[in-house]
Design a protein around this ligand. Sequence first.
Ligand code: IVH
Length: 315
Amino acid sequence: LYYVEARPEITDGEYDALYRALLAAEKLHPDWVTPDSPSQRVSEQPLGGFRTVRHSVPMLSIDNGYSPDEWREFDARVRKSLDVEAVDYVVELKIDGVAIVLRYDDGQFAIGITRGDGTVGDDVTQNLRTLKGLPLTLGEGAPKGTLEVRGEVYLERAQFDAINAERAAQGEALYANPRNLTAGSLKTLDAREVSRRELSYFAYAVADPPGFGVSTQHEVLARLQSLGLRVNRHARRVHGVEGVEQEIERWSKGRGQLGYDTDGLVIKVDDLGQQAVLGATSKSPRWALAYKFETESAVTRLLDIRVQVGRTGAV
Ligand code: IVH
């Protein structure tokens, strides 16, 4: 309730007291310790390196759009392929973090993997277990077998600023931005250090939507949330071009107030059947567009080009 839904029913003091009681009980009865106990989130054993894991479904990227015109072209293509007048879309914030996969087996968190090259990623389970809002056991109705959840790990602005303030006080070099610090943290071999960073995450997709028992993207989000995963509350289902444009308008101005960084919106065709009809190219699905906010592109001035001629004459 505290980390996922932001509506705690007990005070921090009451929580701490319960946690201490749990630790005391587990000390007396080591056989009571379960893998999903809150006491088991942070591994005391640093890793020697990360093992690589193959993704069950390749992690594609999404095509970018940078202007209202590009968005309208996308919508026109989608309508033409589907032969419909208007499409229902889900508009989500594009979280500026690091993509991850969370694999659950029979409702138990089993492995967490980075995107890597899209085909194989690093096993960062030990680090992802430290995410406080990450359920180690999914809620009621969790699917049997393997469920692969996709999402984004990120760092809240306030947390990033606090970490940098501490570094400044110790005369250490500052981190460039929350995204870089998040990426660096996930590559850390010592989970105790990762735990101190207090990373956050949002879940937004599953690898195999038909196997998830839902027929739309907005149901994917609702079901992820009902299983106990953190889902961004700003996702909206809208109808047609105008609906999406209202969201673009809203977030072009409003994103400064969020407390975490976004670099755009992800616009997804809501109906999973329609998504399947649209399919994907080898690089990206045809049913999604990453709409980048305007300020993300800027004019740069090329100052100089220096050409070097190598030993073999190659320039
Ligand atoms: S959907 C095949 N939803 O943006 C589509 N991605 O440029 C799967 N991202 O690699 C991704 N927020 O790391 C999706 N609400 C969101 C997202 C999101 C951030 C990232 C993700 C992806 C990249 C695409």
